[in-house]
Design a protein around this ligand. Sequence first.
Ligand SMILES: *Cc1c(COP(=O)(O)O)cnc(C)c1O
Length: 399
Amino acid sequence: MSLHDLPATLHRLVPLRAEVDLEALRHNVRVLQGRAGAAELIAAIKADAYGHGVIPITRVLVEEGVPRFAVANVPEGVELREAGIEAPVHVLGAPLPEYLPAYARYDLIVTVSSGDVAEAVIEAATKVGPLTAHLKVDTGMHRLGIPPDEVPPVLARLQETPGIEVEGLWTHFATLGDAFTTEQLARFDALVEQLDGIGRAGTHVTNTGTLFLVSGAVQGRAFVRAGGALFGLVDDPAVAAEADDLKPVMRLVSRVVHLQTVAAGETVSYGRTWTADQPTCIATVAAGYGDGLPRSLSNTGFVGIGGRLWPIAGRVCMDMLMLDLGSPEGPGASVQIGDEAVLFGPGGPSAAEVARQAGTITYALTSGLTARVPRLTIGEGSASAIPTPTGAKPDRVSV
Ligand SMILES: *Cc1c(COP(=O)(O)O)cnc(C)c1O
């Protein structure tokens, strides 16, 4: 039996939870649909919907009219099928040849990421049945894709093979709206112009950043791809300025489980990297790197309690971290055992602030939360009821 199989009622016996606000998600979908215009949204929900819990998230997206989804690999696609989601699902990763029968069996869209993959797809289509393909073009990211000059013959081979439907052509940007984005887009569109019967209307190129910053990446395209924006996750300041109407979906919150006052000269946590310069109130909060919190927040990050931000004192441990609440004569002295401690989201620092302090990005922060953290959905579309100290009504649990 794993943690995933334990009854949801046990989650009230741990202080830490990731609250997932489905109303904020619905709001963000509408913002993205507005940006997409006539293009259809492909919602990137890989890595358990960036750590938010893929099945409840996807159900809400389907209700909001999101027509397509993108995952990283076959098992993530199968998870959606097993949950009864029938919409088209793109698998963005490169297939190894032996994975191709599963694409046919689960009706997943294969990414043709090289000439060799194209040959494997052609062989599989004759053996295991029809496959839907999107061709990925490498315009400068140099992660996956076919170089532009090699695309025309590969595309022709795929198009003449019975049982293969080539539905689209796409590329992926390495930067967000700088001169190299323009260069990648120019390389891509020059190729598309050479190809008969595809046109811009058979293509897709965006991610969150370029959806907001590069109009040529959206207009006239069949689809827009976006993930982070759905969850209100934006790191880049220029994108954040354009996308200021997005709302954070996740709030990571724990509680104070221990309080003490340490004397001047005493140290806190492993390695004794923090020393009290005066008598200091220290709060212990149940959250650590075992939950996915970056250890690089040690002596650097902040946590919200009672509407104020308190600095992390000493090293972040696996299951706990300590906060410097200041002098016993100051406002920190009124913090109580059981008080909410907001790691990120409303009432604490934003996910983008925490990511910056930790030297990472918001996507890595939320997708890095471990299975130990219960995800509790709140808002319309949630199911059962779990009380929280705040009186919010998280009512569906998944881990
Ligand atoms: C994850 C991913 C996206 C979505 O990127 P966001 O910045 O989260 O919007 C788009 N395209 C590809 C290929 C991806 O892997």
